[in-house]
Ligand binder design. Structure first.
Ligand SMILES: Cc1ncc(COP(=O)(O)O)c(C=O)c1O
Length: 400
């Protein structure tokens, strides 16, 4: 029988019978009745279908799921069973893949700035491939040089992303060959380049530019005697529909595939998708705990908010599709607020909802990425329990 798995770092695993998404109101009410509110439901079938969709759009590209948006054991196990690889960025993430039984050869570590213990923990687990983007970071690998391969991360700033990672990380492309020379002098084994054009990127334009630039760099580096370059990592960033629809993944990846067609021989292409795989799998159910009429507007207070499952509104600049289970035709202009005492804890100030009452359920969709991962227990208000559904029958998963 397919299992449900519930976890929130403090409670025991729970399992029940199979249920499929999209959920009916009765199904959601029954899940909340059984597991409590707030609840973050993660559908592993959606994880599988997103992984397959990206695989089909990027054939031949080795997909390494970036754990950061949704570091859940059930998700890692689901992807492991699909043959996915993994992208790690901390010792905690190393620990999670270890607990999921993932072979270290299927993992890379891509945080550009690491502590020595991050590096040691990953090496001890068996990870070999790391990322660096500056001389200081290269220096940390000298003592481990026999056990490490390095990807040099490059910076390509995208105009069309709400999350610009290239201002914080990445060596400028014009400085890349100099960094390769330094690595060689230090006795390090550089095996390729990586980049991340930014998350929830609207168009593939920057990917194409970055791939073309990396191809030129690989050719120049090889000509200059850097013969070990055999990997190009095109990062994550693939977008999903929140309230605004985005390009479908097939259309988005078509120019990327074309650009990759010019790759010189002997270069393997990999990617580090997080959001695209995780976001559509997450449905957040919360409960109205109070209401008040203030300045001609109804305020509905939930048991979850921006310090909890809606944290992605702050950290990730995302705007989730939200509705309630009540179907009353009449709706009023409303404010949806979270449970903490802080004034920033407001989920939506311009939403139309029926006149909700304490006990009514509110549902947020597309909330699998960068939400429960960034949630806190501020005010000692417990974050939502995470419930994984449609976990494969043979997956024995314990509470995270
Ligand atoms: C190094 C690295 N790889 C992969 C990802 C995942 O990116 P996304 O969720 O946009 O696919 C991130 C996100 O911050 C990242 O920093």
């Amino acid at each position: 029988m397919t299992k449900f798995v519930a976890s929130n770092r403090t409670r025991d695993t729970q399992t029940t019978e199979r249920m499929v998404a999209p959920y009916t109101p009765v199904e959601l009410e029954s899940l909340v009745g059984r597991y409590g509110s707030p609840l973050m439901i993660i559908d592993c079938d959606t994880i599988r279908s997103q992984y397959r969709a990206l695989q089909a759009a990027l054939p031949g590209v080795g997909l390494h799921y970036a754990l950061k948006p949704l570091p859940e054991l059930a998700v890692v196990k689901t992807l492991k069973d699909m043959g996915c690889f993994f992208d790690l960025a901390s010792s905690g993430e190393v620990d999670l893949v270890r607990r999921a039984g993932v072979a270290p050869e299927r993992c890379i570590h891509t945080h550009p700035i690491k502590t020595d213990s991050d590096i040691r923990d990953a090496i001890r687990f068996g990870v070999r491939t790391f990322v660096a983007d500056n001389v200081c970071e290269l220096g940390k690998f000298v003592r481990h040089r026999k056990r490490c391969d390095i990807l040099i991360r490059l910076s390509f700033r995208a105009e069309d992303t709400p999350i610009d990672l290239s201002k914080k990380f990445g060596c400028e492309p014009h400085a890349a060959l100099g960094l390769l020379d330094t690595a060689k002098r230090l006795g390090l084994h550089v095996v390729g380049f990586s980049f991340h054009v930014g998350s929830q990127t609207a168009t593939p334009v920057t990917y194409v530019h970055a791939i073309q630039t990396c191809i030129e760099l690989i050719n120049s580096a090889r000509a200059a005697g850097h013969t070990g370059l055999s990997i190009l990592d095109i990062g994550g960033g693939f977008p999903v529909d929140y309230r605004q629809p985005v390009m479908g993944i097939e259309e988005f990846c078509a120019p990327i595939r074309e650009a990759l067609g010019a790759m010189p021989g002997g270069v393997r292409v990999i990617a580090e998708p997080g959001r695209f795989i995780a976001a559509p799998s997450g449905t957040c159910v919360s409960t109205v705990v109070g209401r008040a009429e203030r300045n001609d507007r109804w305020w509905f207070y939930l048991d979850d908010g921006v310090y909890g499952s809606f944290s992605g509104q702050i950290y990730d600049h995302a705007c989730y599709p939200i509705d309630c289970l009540r179907t009353d035709a009449e709706r009023v202009p409303a404010v949806l607020a979270g449970p903490t005492c802080d004034s920033i804890d407001v989920i939506d100030e311009h939403i139309e909802l029926p006149l909700l009452e304490p006990g009514d359920l509110v549902v947020g969709r597309m909330m699998g990425a960068y939400n429960s991962a960034c949630a806190t227990d501020f005010n000692f208000i417990p974050r939502a329990r995470v419930l994984a559904i449609n976990v494969m029958a043979d997956a024995t998963v314990s509470a995270a």
